[in-house]
Design a protein around this ligand. Structure first.
Ligand code: ADP
Ligand code: MG
Length: 671
């Protein structure tokens, strides 16, 4: 083939068919250079053997047809074009295709054109509704005898042009440097870069394309894990932490006086934490566990170890209510062992805060629980050895990092709110070590979960009234959506009033939402704990950490408005003892198919890890990582559900690589 060599760094405009406006369209996807374009991965392939004849088309089965356009016309109602109808034919017969919202097709498609069409026939007689298609030009006919790569749609850039540009680039660009170290690539059996690019864009066999994809996915994951490995090692070099080794009577006594037996997972997590504290490396560990799996006691064991070795420990939580709950629970454990628990929140009086801060600074208070007040400049520690952050997702990355920075040689433990799949944890928190609690304490029964639509919701309220008779408690939860926060709050307040006067007359109904003064919120939770409130009407504030063993009924109004992990977290507020508990998912009016899928998932299982995996499946890793995360992480191709094996392998290799250096490969773009 003729043509001068093309530089990978050259603009895509050096390629045939790419003018200024098409170059602009490409740049919107982050594709500027020829090298970038080669990293645009096909989203699928059409195999020659995959094409079916028209006669073989069946209702409900997706087919690829290689057809001639017999006729095409716009269907109108009055002047308005309602659809464009084409008749597609091959030697075996003909089938109708209808395209909506695309009146221009009636002009741009010409009878006699050869089309590659993909769609799912339906109806009788069979028709294709809005099928995907592309025109096969005469000069491209030979291309369609082989495997055809199909790329993500890019506005104003016909697939034919894109393919031709990529073909040219493949032919005239020299072999790029391979971002994967040669020995690693060979050992893992991945194709080298040039071969992989060819196989991705113009595979001879579909198996080659698959191998190429795995190579690029690996490359992408390896790159990210290498960043983690490097940052972890830098951290290790930068600090020499407290070495909390040797016998620790406080730790032993803490474990010996627990009122229950630890689960095997809790024991293992505690062991992992202890090993970190002893190791001479600074711990940075994420503890992932299901709602109610008992993460607090694991953190407390770490605290016992730190304090027992003469260090200070601090526990940061997102709300006042949770701070008090933890201070009380830790007080019950540590008080008898002679360790005082300090409380530092925005709600404490100035004087109290000042006193607590002085004692922390002097080092005569070894353990403190608090909210954001802990993070303020004025809070200084004498000897902070362990920083713990509960419900860590409620804090920003920078915010989280403030607490451990208050101790020169501090260990760091983060607690998750809900389970997240391992693959996601390794991707989002890959520079942390991971401990996982999968099992719940014994005796917990799954929360019976039931959906109730519209007027059927009465069943939930009747059930709650019966439980109250038996001395139990329940929640009625209303969604809080930011844009209409005031409205939702009003809804909760007026519902509380109505329920108190009507259905729950004579019972004690409490109200909790984020706009109530803190003191009132704390008092309400106190009264709930003492059993002085039977029903708590609330907005999502209860989703965070409250632990009330006698609460057995959760009614979620507008359940379709919550996300999957949120629903799981909310449901986790009941069923925290051996009393049987129920959760009612109430919806009123029509709901979206996605909401339908979420509710079905939450109804079908109580296993938070399965729910988290389902969430990942439903939404895809792209959305779960969030656009914000996705870009910088450079994960365009990897699918955290499908590629988990490659992720584990990439992590192993990246961390094993003693001194990864050099430039990181550029990210791969999603296909
Ligand atoms: P979460 O993991 O959601 O933060 P918590 O730490 O609040 O859960 O624990 C939930 C409840 O389970 C608490 O009342 C706690 O005392 C209790 N608990 C924790 N571990 C065990 C265990 N091994 N056996 C029995 N109860 C336990
Ligand atoms: Mg908790």
């Amino acid at each position: 083939m003729a043509g001068a060599p093309i530089d990978r760094a050259a603009s895509v405009r050096t390629l045939p068919g790419i003018g200024p406006s098409r170059a602009d369209a490409l740049s919107l996807r982050g594709i500027v250079s020829v090298g970038d374009l080669l990293r645009l991965f096909p989203r699928e392939y059409v195999l020659p053997g995959e094409k079916r004849s028209v006669a073989e088309a069946r209702a409900g089965e997706t087919v690829v047809l290689d057809v001639r356009l017999d006729s095409i016309r716009a269907l109108r109602r009055g002047w308005r074009v309602t659809a464009v109808e084409g008749v597609l034919a091959d030697a075996t017969g003909s089938i109708r295709a209808l395209w909506f919202h695309a009146p221009y097709l009636a002009r741009s498609l010409k009878p006699g054109a050869r089309l590659l069409v993909k769609g799912t026939p339906s109806g009788s007689p069979l028709a294709l509704l809005h099928p995907e298609f592309e025109t096969i030009r005469k000069e491209e006919e030979r291309e369609f005898e082989r495997i055809v790569a199909r790329y993500p749609a890019i506005p104003s850039l016909p697939p034919r042009v894109l393919r031709k540009a990529i073909r040219r680039a493949l032919e005239h660009v020299g072999t790029p440097d391979d971002p994967l170290p040669e020995d690693l690539r060979v050992r893992l059996g991945f194709p080298e870069i040039r071969e992989a690019l060819l196989a991705a864009h113009r595979p001879e066999a579909i198996e080659d394309a698959r191998r190429a994809r795995r190579r690029f996915v690996f490359e992408e994951l390896y790159r990210l894990q290498s960043v983690f490995a490097v940052s972890l090692r830098a951290r290790e070099r930068a600090r020499t932490p407290h070495v909390l080794a040797g016998a620790c009577p406080l730790f032993s006594r803490f474990l010996a006086t627990l009122p229950f037996r630890l689960t095997a997972d809790q024991e293992r997590a505690i062991e992992e934490i202890r090993a970190d504290l002893e190791s001479g490396r600074p711990m940075e560990r994420l503890l992932v566990g299901d709602v109610g799996s008992g993460k607090t006691v694991v953190a407390a064991a770490g605290i016992a170890c730190a304090v027992g070795h003469g260090g200070q420990a601090a526990l940061l939580v997102p709300t006042e209510v949770l701070a008090r709950q933890h201070a009380r629970a830790l007080g019950e454990r540590f008080g008898p062992l002679g360790v005082e628990v300090g409380l530092l929140t925005g709600d404490c009086s100035m004087l109290e805060r000042k006193r607590v801060r002085e004692r922390i600074a002097k080092g005569d208070l070894a353990l403190v629980v608090g909210t954001h007040a802990l993070l303020q400049e004025a809070t200084r520690f004498r000897n902070l050895a362990l920083a713990v952050v509960d419900e860590q997702h409620r804090f920003g990355v920078r915010q989280r990092a403030i607490l451990p920075a208050k101790g020169e040689r501090c260990h760091f433990l983060l607690l998750s709110a809900t389970p997240i799949p391992r693959s996601l944890a390794l991707t989002l928190y890959g520079d942390l070590d991971l401990s996982v609690i999968r099992e719940l304490p014994p005796g917990r029964m799954p929360v019976a979960t039931k959906r109730l639509v519209d007027r059927k919701a009465a069943e939930a309220y009747r059930n709650l009234r019966e439980r109250i008779e038996a001395g139990e408690q329940g929640f009625v939860l209303f969604p809080l959506v930011e844009e209409s926060e005031a409205k939702d709050r009003r809804a909760a307040a007026s519902a509380a009033e109505k329920l108190a006067k009507g259905f729950f007359r004579g019972r004690r109904v409490g109200l909790l939402h984020g706009r109530l003064p803190v003191a009132e919120r704390i008092e309400t939770v106190e009264r709930l704990r003492e059993g002085a409130i039977d029903v708590l009407v609330a907005t999502t504030i209860v989703e965070v950490g409250i632990d009330l063993p006698r609460a057995t009924v959760m009614i979620i109004e507008g359940a379709d408005r919550f996300g999957l992990s949120q629903l799981h977290q909310i449901r986790g507020r009941v069923g925290r003892s051996d009393l049987p508990a129920s959760c009612f998912l109430v919806t009123r009016g029509p709901i979206t198919p996605e909401a339908e899928e979420r509710l079905r998932a939450i109804e079908s299982t109580n296993d938070g890890f399965r729910i988290a995996e389902e969430d990942l499946r439903i939404r895809g890793s792209g959305e779960l990582l969030g656009e914000r995360q996705h870009g910088p992480l450079g994960l365009g191709l990897a699918d955290l559900v499908r590629d988990i094996d490659l992720l584990e392998e990439a992590r192993r290799e990246a961390f094993a690589q003693a001194s990864f250096s050099g430039d990181l490969p550029e990210p791969i773009r999603a296909g």
